[in-house]
Ligand binder design. Sequence first.
Ligand code: DCT
Ligand code: MG
Length: 401
Amino acid sequence: LDIGWFTDSMREGRPVTLEARHHIQDILPEASTHLPVVVLSRYACQRRTSTENHNEIFTDAFEVMAESYEFSQCDGQCLAFRRAASVLKSVPWPVERLGAATRLPCLGEHTRAVMEEILQCGRSFEVEKILCNDRYQRLKLFTSVFGVGPKTAEKWHRGGLRTLNDALEDPGVELNSMQKAGFRHHGDISRAVSRAEALALGEILHQAALGISAHAVLVLTGGFRRGKEFGHDVDFLLSTPEQGKEETLLLSLVDSLRRQGILLYCDHHPSTFDINNLPGVSFEAMDHFAKSFLILRLEDRQVEGGVQRPEGQHDGRSWRAVRVDVVAPPMERYAFTLLGWTGSRQFERDLRRFARKEKRMLLDNHGLWDKTKKEFLPAEREEDIFAHLGLEYLEPQLRNA
Ligand code: DCT
Ligand code: MG
């Protein structure tokens, strides 16, 4: 148990979970009675989840389970393991007894069985079996290529392909341009992006955007906004107060990167946004704003300490390729898009589920619809959206569900 966290909770009168109180009782019996107790919510948007994960031993195992179910298109079981992992990420101490887990929400029979194995043996045999499984290994390898999803990976696996080279050499496999770029930059893109690299890219994009319009707004979103030190890509939101000019701004930005010679790949999706559309219910569907999925070239000299390289290797290059996403909503939708693109995915899923189930409202990256009042609720800042939903505002750093 983190005593610092505990004393902070005491001082601020912040509620702690029942289990935390049991823990505290063992250490400081006289203090624990002063602590109000709450039970962890089953909605991630009502839990505080920092980047500090005290239960990685379980959440890593759950991620393998979830992925394996995702590969088999068992969406229900996949989500069950993702939800369970998300709950454990919000527990601010390592769960050491299974008894503790019985009081946590979203933990079912199967997730508890995996936890029990880990608590008893230090590892889960079910997870180890998956990790050794041929099909899992191949699907994991194939989906590590940018542009290759579980369906394509499954097709390649069924066609008997085993390695990335097999996919490149098989005459029956026709790669689209995204996949070609994915293969070309596979080594770089599958290596994590550091915070220093994300900040360097932010600077490059910011300068380019300001070169086009003095009013351009560029914000870092995704995992890096939540305080993560590493990510698989870098996500940005681009907008302008000049109404209707955001998509032109994005196209000009991409053009500027091309002219600088740092654009290695661009997949642009024009806006299909319609002001009258109600928020969608599915989280998986992408939003309708103009967006570009890019691969950019980042030079050593642009990054404090140089770009990330494979452990102990120097391949003679002075640059690396990085995946970058940029979304360009109109300014009046800024708050909704910022909230949606900040994530985490599990946090967003639960925000939408909470809105629908508890408030009769529909939320997505475009807006918030009140089904009772039959009207869109306006928001200038993320805080306004939390307030409409009757939720305590959570800083991005606490949305790592
Ligand atoms: N998002 C969304 N709609 C989707 C998928 C994602 O609005 N259909 C949001 C949620 C998070 C954000 O976009 C960025 O997505 P990722 O880059 O995949 O997530 P991340 O948290 O930034 O993770 P990583 O650090 O690995 O990049
Ligand atoms: Mg990201």
